[in-house]
Design a binder for this molecule. Sequence first.
Ligand code: NAP
Length: 261
Amino acid sequence: MPAAASGPDFWVLTGSRTPAKLGPEAREMIALAEAGELKGRRVLISGGGSGFGRAMAIAFSAEGALVAVGGRRLDRLEETSRASGGKVWGIPADVRDPAQVSRLFGLLRERWRGLDVLVNNAAVLEPAALAGCPLDSWQAVLATNLTGPFLMTQAALALMGPGARIVNVTSGLGFFPMAPYGAYCVTKAGLNMLSRVLALELDERGILVNTVDPGVGRTEMNPEAQEPPEKVVPIVRTLAALPPGSPTGRFFKKSGEEIPV
Ligand SMILES: NC(=O)c1ccc[n+]([C@@H]2O[C@H](COP(=O)([O-])OP(=O)(O)OC[C@H]3O[C@@H](n4cnc5c(N)ncnc54)[C@H](OP(=O)(O)O)[C@@H]3O)[C@@H](O)[C@H]2O)c1
């Protein structure tokens, strides 16, 4: 396979239409997308009962998007719905379970007929050194953080047409190793590659797939962090509303800065 760093070969290798660096293209993309409409778009956010997902759901519904949130705890989903003034639709579903994922998308199909945006945000963090990581913990983290987005994306694609957008929520630990978070690091690195391959596969269908590293935020996963979870909303909103022809298979920090991969 060619190893050129620019031109069509680069596109084949990375899924990007332009080299992955923060340049005028990325800035232009953000500017373009700021004009993109989220109003009226049908958005599903996994893990929307808390943290970043909750913040996105409330903000997107306030902007006029139709928003559904998934998660295991009904009381948390109901709280997100209440906080949105009753606009957000909570649908209990465990992303690890194909039957629950199928039920979730069956409900979306019945009510919305289609889906415009999927945000794969749900994840768990279970600290354990790989050397002693219990198999059930390893499997739970992989099933939630990696198989979950795989199942959700497959089901979502059956409802998506040209113009749909997928935003995956990764972590800095998907790029840089940190102990004792081995399983989590592995899943987020896997999610990064899932995003890049999907971007390649789906480009001809007019579906763009981009990824956000939200950095630290004060959520159930990271209660000691200072930054409020709302800080991640603008970049996810931007990527959810990208106009046709925008880049795909790219990675962004919450500041909007592109992460070269
Ligand atoms: N906070 C940070 O500092 C930070 C840093 C880097 C990346 N991230 C990423 O940001 C994303 C959101 O996390 P957060 O920080 O907002 O933490 P959070 O508040 O714990 O949110 C995670 C959400 O995922 C849901 N979830 C977990 N397992 C699930 C399953 N099997 N099926 C469906 N939903 C499930 C949880 O709801 P239920 O328990 O009700 O299912 C919860 O609402 C994650 O992808 C995380 O890896 C966070």
